[in-house]
Design a protein around this ligand. Structure first.
Ligand code: HEM
Length: 426
């Protein structure tokens, strides 16, 4: 297979920059050529803004596809059925993924999960899985989530400096989902490890990470098969809820149940870790707004929405063109890949005034941080709840919390955005 195509198709860091430079060169100027990968990682937004100034939908000859950057265009693409989420129907993508996985199954592609199905299969599955995400059930998790937060911060004393990511933002969402699934506490660290590894499945150009994801996928599947086989249908946890979920005579098969539990872990862990890290960073970088939240707790939820816009944890999602059609004046060809950039859309100056300013008082914040359309995030109420409880805990227990001295290090997977470490002084 052509090495360049392999490098850019899903992209590790340098290959994404390589791709964006190639796209930029189609137009005048060489602005992107001067930016290093590290600069891009620490602040991708000037690059996105430059690309958006060319056009909101850009042809990318380098990866035989399209880049969609503008907010209205991203929303329209995510509502468009002819952009498919089913990677297994795309021979180009599948060959790349199999090349990286070797003899192991490609995680999150070869099994029926919500994220890789299109309507009507997706509609059926979503109806069944959403039974486990009803508002009342998520809200009933608040005391358990608070307990997990309290355990994470039990040793934190005012005056010390600590890494918020390793100590709280990383373990919390993994433990919450493991708890929801009814996984015994002794196995929670295993779940955290698996879900961290699974996220590497998007790093096609880094075969070692893909392989680690495939191994984690195998181990987690075997574990969940065992757990489900001896699970009572009456149990009050999420697996019990999903086992009971039915739509008339239809219900989830064991295979669908297990695959979607793996998806929930993967979709709900690192994303929430990143949101919590970015929320604490951004609020402490804007002490007036942090003080505002402490004085007026009603500002907490708009502040979380603004973090989702300003530093979207999911920066890019993928679609595959299912049939030839014209989208926003562009001729899409069957099987082409579309990189849909939520992070760029959330900074689109045509939609958001002062788009590069962080403002918890922003009105009409119609960000697409949780996606849009058919695949709108199912776990958003849970992510908001976890983040709110973390911020409330920090605000009430550590009156003088500030950022520690540090050089910020952002994760190197361009599909997601979040800090690897965040030193805070309590
Ligand atoms: C800050 C945290 C989170 C962010 C930013 C986020 C973001 C997203 C986005 C952008 C999508 C749409 C992807 C696409 O269209 O390709 C999505 C889908 C999804 N998310 Fe989340 N998510 C978060 C937390 C969670 C949590 C906590 C869970 C569950 C435990 C979860 C479960 C899901 C599921 C199941 C889908 C697929 C829905 C479908 O395909 O119908 N997410 N999420």
């Amino acid at each position: 297979m052509n090495r360049n195509l392999l490098n850019v198709a899903l992209s590790g860091m340098s290959s994404l920059m390589w791709l964006l430079r190639r796209v930029d060169r189609q137009f005048n100027g060489s602005y992107l050529g001067d930016r290093t990968d590290t600069e891009f990682l620490s602040d991708p937004y000037p690059t996105y803004r430059k690309l958006l100034s060319h056009a909101p939908v850009l042809r990318s000859f380098a990866n035989q596809g399209w880049l969609i950057y503008g907010h209205p265009e991203v929303q329209a693409a995510l509502r468009e059925q002819r952009f498919s989420s089913d990677a297994s129907r795309n021979p180009f993508f599948l060959r790349l993924a199999q090349f990286a996985c070797g003899d192991l199954e490609v995680p999150l592609v070869e099994r029926p999960t919500l994220l890789n199905q299109d309507p009507p299969d997706h509609t059926r599955l979503r109806k069944l899985v959403s039974g486990g995400f009803v508002r009342r059930y998520i809200e009933s998790m608040a005391p358990d989530i608070q307990q997990i937060i309290d355990n994470c911060v039990a040793d934190w004393q005012a005056g010390i400096e600590t890494d918020l990511i390793a100590g709280l933002a990383q373990p919390l969402p993994a433990r919450v989902i493991a708890r929801m699934l009814g996984v015994p506490e002794a196995d929670w660290p295993k779940f955290q490890r698996w879900s961290e590894a699974l996220l590497g499945a998007t790093m096609i150009s880094k075969p070692a990470r893909i392989r680690a994801a495939a191994v984690a996928n195998d181990e987690m599947r075997a574990y969940l098969q065992q757990l489900v086989s001896c699970h009572s249908v009456d149990s009050p946890d999420l697996i019990g809820l999903l086992m009971r979920a039915r739509d008339e005579a239809d219900r989830l098969t064991d295979e669908e149940l297990i695959s979607n539990c793996i998806l929930l872990m993967t979709a709900g862990h690192e994303t929430t870790t990143r949101l919590i890290g970015s929320a604490v960073l951004t609020l402490l970088q804007h002490p007036d707004q942090w003080a505002g939240i402490r004085q007026t707790p009603a500002l907490m939820l708009p502040a979380i929405e603004e973090v989702l816009r300003f530093e979207s944890p999911v920066q890019i999602t993928l679609r595959f063109v299912a049939e030839d059609f014209t989208f926003k004046g562009c001729r899409m060809k069957k099987n082409q890949l579309a990189l849909i950039n939520l992070g760029a859309a959330n900074r689109d100056p045509r939609v958001f005034g002062a788009a590069d300013s962080f403002d918890i008082h922003r009105k009409n914040n119609i960000h697409v941080g949780f996606g849009h359309g058919f695949h709108l995030c199912l776990g958003m109420a849970l992510a908001r709840l976890e983040t709110r409880l973390v911020l409330e805990t920090l605000a009430s227990r550590f009156e003088n919390i500030t950022l520690g001295a540090q050089e910020l290090r952002w994760g190197d997977n361009p599909f997601f955005r979040g800090l690897e470490q965040l030193q805070v002084r309590l």
